[in-house]
Design a protein around this ligand. Structure first.
Ligand code: NAP
Length: 301
């Protein structure tokens, strides 16, 4: 805890720690039940194609986790582990084949892709009905016009945690720090759709801490270790920390940390997600949820 934090609001009780890991486990349980019902009705499991190009170690870990948790939830994985030299045409041909494979309900292409492949071309080539990452412009447009859509997994996980804690979000003041296509923008859109009053701030924003201090709900997705301290927080606010940063300690060991100084912020906020164990597990659980939703929607068509 910093001196600054402990002196701002001395009468506040420490924030609750939001257990994203436990919530994600329960969500995966719900998905497993839905997947079992789908299999009983349709005679096959929901299917998720997982495409990894190259041998980036972090991507390999993410893909392994996604396939393991898919298997545990009764979702069949179709892994495609391609060499880093794969051309854009080869990848687009694979996606075309997956688009027309009836056993594949969701297609996940792990990002980032090697330099010779244009991410936008790949995202746009995925059938919007199988776009379980929710990055295809058709789903982005559907989300922004309030139609049913496959929604990016990380902001969807944030929304589910918020609704679990607060119920109806109508009228809440929400501030989203960061405006990336995969987190910040869809997060702001989801909160707007849920009737919050939403402000998005970014690297060019002025009075960042003051903007954040106006928030009942603060979602931080920046990629800067522990940037948000107690001075950014309205007393009692709910703070969701999306950031995942690996930092090296003085003793040479590395550890994961978020974009929020958890201890300092806990002295002021009403509830905070930790890193690890907060939003990260929700992201994978929402990928499985999206896969089941895509399977159910395709079966209904
Ligand atoms: P990104 O594409 O790099 O976007 C970062 C955003 O933060 C940008 O909009 C940038 O503003 C803004 N920003 C940078 N410095 C800032 C500052 N000093 N003040 C205010 N805003 C600032 O990152 P991302 O993909 O959204 O990811 C953000 C973090 O979330 C990363 O740590 C990432 O690893 C993590 N993440 C976690 C999960 C999960 O499952 N938990 C999923 C996705 C991402 P400009 O637009 O003006 O440049």
């Amino acid at each position: 805890m910093t001196d600054q934090a402990s002196n701002i609001y001395p009468d506040l009780t420490p924030a609750q720690r939001i257990d994203g890991k436990a919530f994600a486990a329960a969500l995966r349980g719900d998905v497993a039940e839905g997947a079992a019902r789908f299999q009983a009705d349709r005679g096959r499991q929901p299917g998720l194609a997982v495409v990894l190009v190259g041998d980036d170690p972090a991507s390999q870990v993410y893909v392994k986790t996604k396939m393991r948790q898919a298997a545990e939830a009764g979702i069949r994985s179709f892994p495609h582990l391609l060499p880093g030299s794969t051309s854009q045409d080869e990848l687009l041909q694979l996606i075309a084949a997956l688009n027309s494979n009836d056993e594949v309900d969701g297609i996940l292409v792990q990002l980032p892709l090697p330099a010779q492949i244009e991410e936008t071309a790949v995202i746009e080539s995925i059938d919007p009905g199988k776009d379980v990452d929710g990055f295809n412009p058709v789903n982005v447009g559907r989300l922004s016009t309030g139609q049913s859509a496959l929604v990016p997994c990380t902001p969807l996980g944030c929304l589910l945690l918020l609704q679990d804690r607060l119920g109806d979000l109508s009228g809440k003041k929400a501030v989203v720090v960061g405006r990336s296509n995969i987190v910040g923008k869809p997060m702001a859109q989801l909160l707007l759709n849920a009737n919050c009053t939403v402000t998005t701030v970014h690297s060019r924003s002025r009075e960042l801490a003051a903007e954040c201090r106006s928030a009942d709900i603060l979602v931080v997705a920046v990629g800067r270790p522990e940037m948000v301290d107690a001075s950014y927080i309205k007393p009692g606010a709910i703070v969701l920390d999306v950031g995942i940063n690996r930092i090296t300690r003085d003793d040479g060991q590395s550890r994961l940390t978020g974009d929020v100084d958890f201890e300092a912020v806990s002295t002021v906020a009403g509830a905070v997600t930790p890193v690890p164990g907060g939003i990260g597990p929700m992201t994978v659980a929402c990928l499985l949820r999206n896969t089941l939703s895509a399977a159910q929607a395709r079966a209904a068509r």
